[in-house]
Write a protein that binds this ligand. Structure first.
Ligand code: DLZ
Length: 160
């Protein structure tokens, strides 16, 4: 999958939204870029004080996202998993991905998917929104969660 074809996602104005960002701690340089991007998107939406929680690794993202989804309108999950020589990569990636999808559906709360699953660190740096990166996946994940939260809120107010 490449970034080609991604939408030009507009950030909605949502100053009252309760937004949480949950971020893993492995690969700190990449995580710094992802976190900065997500917080920039929140700021552009008028969300000045999102909840920010750090967890040890990407495997822990779903349990934290689950808790946060009970009291927030949108959750953004950020992590980086780099392929090593063992099957560990596949287990961590699929547990985090499946878990985050389940959180979104169980709670009806959008979960922005900012989990990078990369072959090596260079690929991750290229997506981290750092100077020289081609993509800014933390920003994109937050923009998607915010836009979905806005769409759902608009739909609920029209339907009731
Ligand atoms: C164990 C592990 C490994 C090998 N690699 C990563 C990684 O690249 N990125 C990441 O976020 N976490 C990694 N982890 C840690 C697991 O996500 C988890 O924190 C531990 O297995 C403890 O539950």
């Amino acid at each position: 999958m490449s970034g080609h074809g991604s939408p030009d996602q507009k950030i909605p104005h949502l100053p009252q939204a309760r937004v949480a960002v949950v971020a893993a701690s492995w690969h700190e340089q990449v995580m710094g870029g992802l976190l900065d991007g997500a917080l920039r998107a929140c700021l552009e939406a008028g969300v000045t004080e999102p909840t920010v929680l750090r967890v040890p690794g990407s495997f822990e993202l779903p349990v934290a996202a689950d808790r946060l989804a009970r009291s927030h309108d949108a959750v953004v999950a950020l992590g980086v998993v780099i392929r090593g020589g063992t099957p560990h990569f596949d287990y961590v990636c699929s547990a985090a991905t499946d878990g985050l999808a389940r959180v979104a559906l169980d709670h009806g709360v959008p979960v922005g998917f900012g989990l990078l699953t990369c072959d090596d660190e260079a690929q991750a740096l290229d997506r981290a929104g750092l100077p020289g990166s081609r993509e800014d996946k933390g920003y994109e994940a937050a923009a998607a969660a915010l836009a979905t939260a806005r769409m759902l809120a608009d739909w609920v107010s029209r339907a009731h």
